[in-house]
Design a binder for this molecule. Structure first.
Ligand code: PLP
Length: 225
């Protein structure tokens, strides 16, 4: 087995071990570190969901896969998305994890309509309030939510967060738990149970995230180490 195959196998085993609902968990291979050859190997190992954080790069990679006749890949945008870059991804992106302001949501809505489709999105929340991280604080979220909910061409599927980079398990677990609680609250107040996804957990902390109910884990370094 190659290292990539072995690492992917380990992650899949961890999902079964740490999630109470493993069949609901989607493993996103974060491929921002690598080129097409490594991505082809990841796909051969059965991981068909790729996460990228640069709009022009994801577009190039998506086009390359299409040229190769590989059409069974899901493309997820996971990083900070500038409004003027939405146009590069609107035609094909399967899920945008990082909606963090109304103006961005409005641009995604507009581009989705232009492309005659609806785009699935997550709301990104900055639970720990770290300056260096993107995402809504709760006050802003509650301010903008009524407007976001009116947008007809985006489907809000759930929430995303990044935990602080820390060895303090209690801190990290608290962040994931809080995201789950916010999802429950928003489901009661606004969404009537329609928020189903929790995108949380990366190489450092995916096991904890799975234990706290992650449905989407975004893992890069562990695949390619
Ligand atoms: C890079 C990235 C990841 C993957 O992190 P790893 O530590 O490589 O597993 C997950 N989410 C986001 C938003 C990222 O930018």
């Amino acid at each position: 087995m190659s290292d990539i195959a072995k690492n992917i196998y380990e992650i899949e085993e961890d999902i079964k071990k740490h999630s109470s609902n493993p069949e609901k968990v989607k493993f996103i291979g974060v491929t921002k570190y690598v080129g097409i050859d490594e991505m082809l190997e990841v796909a051969r190992c059965g991981v068909k969901v790729f996460g990228e954080n640069k709009a022009q790069v994801i577009k190039e990679k998506q086009e390359k896969f299409k040229e190769l006749g590989i059409n069974d890949i899901e493309w997820h945008f996971i990083g900070n998305l500038q409004k003027n870059k939405v146009k590069y991804i609107a035609e094909y992106v399967n899920l945008i994890h990082s909606v963090n302001k109304l103006s961005l949501a409005q641009e995604i809505d507009r581009r989705a309509e232009q492309n005659n489709r609806k785009i699935d999105v997550l709301l990104e929340i900055n639970i720990a309030g770290e300056e260096s991280k993107e995402g809504y604080n709760l006050e802003e979220l509650y301010q903008e939510l009524p407007e976001i909910i009116k947008l007809k061409n985006i489907n809000i599927k759930g929430l995303m967060t990044m935990a602080p980079f820390s060895d303090d398990e209690t801190l990290v677990r608290g962040v994931f738990k809080k995201l789950r609680e916010i999802k429950e609250e928003l489901n009661e107040k606004y969404f009537n149970g329609r928020l189903t996804e929790l995108s949380m957990g990366m190489t450092n902390d995916y096991k904890i995230a799975l234990e706290e109910g992650a449905t989407l884990v975004r893992i890069g370094r562990k695949i390619f180490q």
